[in-house]
Design a protein. Structure first.
Length: 236
């Protein structure tokens, strides 16, 4: 026997496979089935049920939505409402909230705002009125204010004012003491115009009693009238 054959036989006897020997088939690893945990299954079912309940509530709310009238522009007190001032919206409305229904929009157009209205708010029936701000027994006195006489606070309908009589410039002393209180007339703003181009004059319509109306008009004509705003609580 050759030496080469002896070395091959020795390697085979030592457990080393001959080159090129093909092994037998390998069995795949066994995969045990995943154990199902009852707690996880119960939690999954609970979440599915909760999601279904939430969807049911959402559908119920959508089904209870109401068409109501909204305010889309600033509206001052006493201003006549137009279609451009109002809009419509579909919302889920609490029964405690009173709002004008959308199909009643035509009934509020042409009425006056009883309070100041702001964009984005719902229109309530109590916020409109068919009554004029000039009440029976009152007179309307137009007063022109120069730019330096116009208050920095915006004049809005319903605002209480005092019409103050001041001595005309260059007028002679009438014998009255200098500390005498000026004569005043209580009034209420009905409307204020925008400043006139060029002059800046603002015309304010003020409602007074029928007895005080002629006096206030005479002060306006003589240029001796000044307008003073009352505080919100009526104090001066």
């Amino acid at each position: 026997m050759s030496k080469t054959q002896e070395r091959v036989d020795a390697a085979s006897s030592n457990g080393v496979p001959h080159q090129g020997r093909v092994g037998g088939p390998v069995a795949p690893p066994r995969v045990s089935a995943r154990r199902r945990r009852p707690g996880v299954i119960a939690l999954s079912l609970a979440l599915i049920a909760a999601g279904g309940a939430g969807a049911a509530v959402l559908l119920l709310e959508v089904g209870n939505r109401s068409e109501v009238v909204t305010v889309v522009r600033d509206v001052q007190v006493g201003q006549v409402l137009t279609e451009q001032d109002l809009g419509k919206a579909s919302i889920s409305l609490d029964p405690a909230v009173k709002a004008v229904e959308a199909n009643e929009l035509d009934t509020v157009v042409g009425k006056r705002a009883a309070v100041e209205l702001k964009p984005g708010s719902l229109l309530a029936p109590s916020q409109v009125t068919k009554d004029s701000l000039v009440k029976p027994g009152e007179q309307l006195v137009p007063i022109g204010l120069k730019p330096e006489q116009v208050p920095a606070t915006a004049l809005v309908p319903g605002q209480k004012v005092q019409l103050v009589h001041v001595p005309a410039q260059g007028a002679t002393d009438t014998g009255e003491t200098s500390d005498a209180a000026p004569q005043t007339i209580a009034g209420r703003v009905v409307k204020a115009s925008s400043a006139a181009p060029g002059t800046g004059v603002v015309v304010v319509d003020v409602a007074t009693t029928a007895q005080d109306g002629p006096t206030a008009a005479a002060w306006v004509s003589a240029g001796t009238l000044r307008l003073v705003l009352d505080a919100p609580d009526g104090s001066r």
